[in-house]
Design a protein around this ligand. Sequence first.
Ligand SMILES: [Fe+2]
Length: 247
Amino acid sequence: MRIIQITDSHIYGDTVSNFDGINTKNSFEKVLQKIQTFKKPDLVVATGDLSMDGSTQSYAWLHKRLAKIDAPKVLIPGNHDKQDALASEFGSTCFLKYGSLVNDSWCFHFLNTAHAGSHSGRLLSQDLSVLDSSFYENREVFHAIFMHHPPVKVGSIWLDGMGLINSTEFWSTLEHVPNVKLIVCGHIHQELDIVSKNVRVLTSPSTCLQFKPLTSEYSADSLAPGFRVIDFLANGRFVTDVIRVPI
Ligand SMILES: [Fe+2]
C-alpha cells in the first residue's frame, strides 16, 4: 500500500501572488510532475493548508491538478483553509470530521485539527471519541494517523506557539493502543522524524516554501519543495522517503 503525502501547497486564487517569493502554483506543478514519474500510489493524502487565501478559485485550480494523479485522494484542512469552500469543491474526499480507511493490515485515520479564527490546532472531543472507537473496532490491524498540526513540540518557538492545543488529550486517546505506528503531519514546512511515546511522528516539506528548523521567529529556508512517499507493509512496518523537487 503506497501513500503519497502532499502538504501545505498554499495555492492563491490568482496567478501572480507569491509566498515570500515563491509562486505556489508553479512549485505545485513541479511537484506534481515529479509525482507522476513515480509508481502509481494507492492513495494521495493532502494534509492541509491547501489554499493560502481560502478562495474557491484556489480549490478549483488544485482540484484540476490533483485529477492528473490517477489515484484516490483524501484531503484534510489546515489553518489557512476555508473549510466550507474546500468541502464544496472536493466533496466526500475531504474529511472535515473524523474519517478512516481500512485495508487488511492497516487502518488510516484522518483528523481535522483546524478550527476557525486561529492558526493553532485543536481536536474536537467528538472526533477523539470516534478515533477511540475506531481503534477498538480495528484492533487487529496497525494504525497510521494523518493530521495537519503535529501533536509534538517541534523546537521552533513561533511554530510551537501555533501547535496542537489539546495534544495531551490526543496522546491519552492513544495510550492503550499498542498498534499505532505512525503519525504524519504538515504545518511546519520542514522534514521532521521523531519518536514520541513509541510512535513515529513525521512531518514533511511543503510543496512551496520551506521554514528553517529550530528558529525563534519566522524564517524561510532555501531547501527545495517536496512530498513524502510511504510504503505500508503487511507486517506493520513502513518505508518512507522525502522527495525534494528543485524549482
Ligand atoms: Fe502551511
